[in-house]
Ligand binder design. Sequence first.
Ligand SMILES: Nc1ncnc2c1ncn2[C@@H]1O[C@H](COP(=O)(O)OP(=O)(O)OP(=O)(O)O)[C@@H](O)[C@H]1O
Ligand SMILES: [Mg+2]
Length: 506
Amino acid sequence: MQPLQKSYLALSDISKSFVGIPVLRNVNFDVRSGEVHALLGENGAGKSTLIKIMSGLFTPDSGIISVETKETRFTSTADAMRRGITTVYQELLLFPELSVAENILLGHSPRHAWGGIDWRGVHARARDLLDQLDSTDLDVSIKVRELSVAQRQRVEIAKALSYNARVLIMDEPTASLAQGDVRRLMSIVKNLRSRGVGIIYVSHRMPEIFALADRVTVLRDGQIIGTEPAHAVNEARLVTMMVGRPIETVFPKSEPIFGETTLEVHNLSSGSLVKDVSFSLRRGEILGVAGLVGSGRTELAHALFGLAPATAGTIDLKGTRVTIRTPSQARDLGIAYVPEDRGLQGLIKSMSVRENLSMAAFERNSKGIFIRFSYEKKRARNLIRRFNIKAKAGPNQPVGRLSGGNQQKVVLAKWLETNPEVLILDEPTRGIDVGAKAEIHRMIDELAKKGMSIILISSELPEVLGMSDRVLIMNNGRCTAIIDRENATPERIGAAMTVSQKAEAA
Ligand SMILES: Nc1ncnc2c1ncn2[C@@H]1O[C@H](COP(=O)(O)OP(=O)(O)OP(=O)(O)O)[C@@H](O)[C@H]1O
Ligand SMILES: [Mg+2]
């Protein structure tokens, strides 16, 4: 079949190794103007590496890059950008202390005839670009530090557009967005496509892929498994292509056996985002926590873990009143918290996978120095296998050199090993591929079966519905409902997430 349109950007036979370890092998990939081409693959498959080659950040070891059928090479990301190839990376790269307008036009601001920066022009141009993204509400003069993740991302996209983007590459753009922001981003992507921009879209979320993509390419272990029109494949087929075998995607939820009450929270308040929250949790129970971004879900976790201690209310653990003012107190009481932000709170990137895995369980391992070393090594290897952590260079590879999803698995593995009484998981499967996701769900179920009490915070409603015994809904810092598994429907949860509390606040 003839392609309808020539590719704007094409890679052929691209290979790349890091310190002798091949990460991409003979990759062919292209994007046409006005299409969304989704790039899929397990954690560590090589997606981000491929993207960094297309955006001029990495140079391939071999192979050819063409722009508008002309063979070329990118000398830098700026070079690629000048030729219309722009990227929104997995980790956003804005300057928090600069304004929105400055971030968008940094390095190529409109100038006066005499050479000085035309500030009025900068603001007008930034305004225009954001308006094109339906972001008329975003003030171009405020500092990026003050923006939400979703807003920062729109600034990144505006920045890309300021280079007259012909290709926009997005690496897991929805991984840290709430559902409302995801819908907004999806409409931005569709809009750009209709204006002729070619979009390369990396995501682990199937519904988005099917809603957006014209074509899909699957990468496995550095090699292209196939490129297909999106309408010609279904989810099961894509999963098989990614993982190499079919996998079960239903939630592995066992019939729960509840024990005694472990945690009882009464009228807990903390900061402005936890107000008067009460709930209880039994042994063997999984309590899902749903809510929009900014509803106070993470802040509730922070209050329970001593990161932002409660200012009012009470916490009882196994019938004893406790005060939790620091994370180490929380840990001593048997509470563990797996944060959502793997970069900042979960890991030390320069340290090895093995060292990171052993940190949380340090006390437990430190019976004697001899036991510790051999035990730690064995345990690390064990965890790497169980979680399918792809550390190509072995347990001594620095965590910062793992792919994004594999870093997330290290955070999770590290805390699950401490065997806590109450385990708080904040977005545990964000950025995790389908295979590993199923594995993590199975582990959560197993831990509950063993009697652990689990609080599962998630923006993915199917995950909350699939795994929870009860669902607590946060809305504007308050708990608006706690719904049993039998009665938890997307409609009821959605309603509790968005119900207005103005009347109550008055
Ligand atoms: N700078 C580096 N040095 C050594 N190895 C690296 C480096 N960057 C990436 N790798 C390795 O390359 C492989 C591919 O990583 P990449 O980040 O491209 O994966 P990915 O498909 O984007 O995964 P994810 O879904 O987790 O984001 C991984 O095994 C990773 O450890
Ligand atoms: Mg990646």
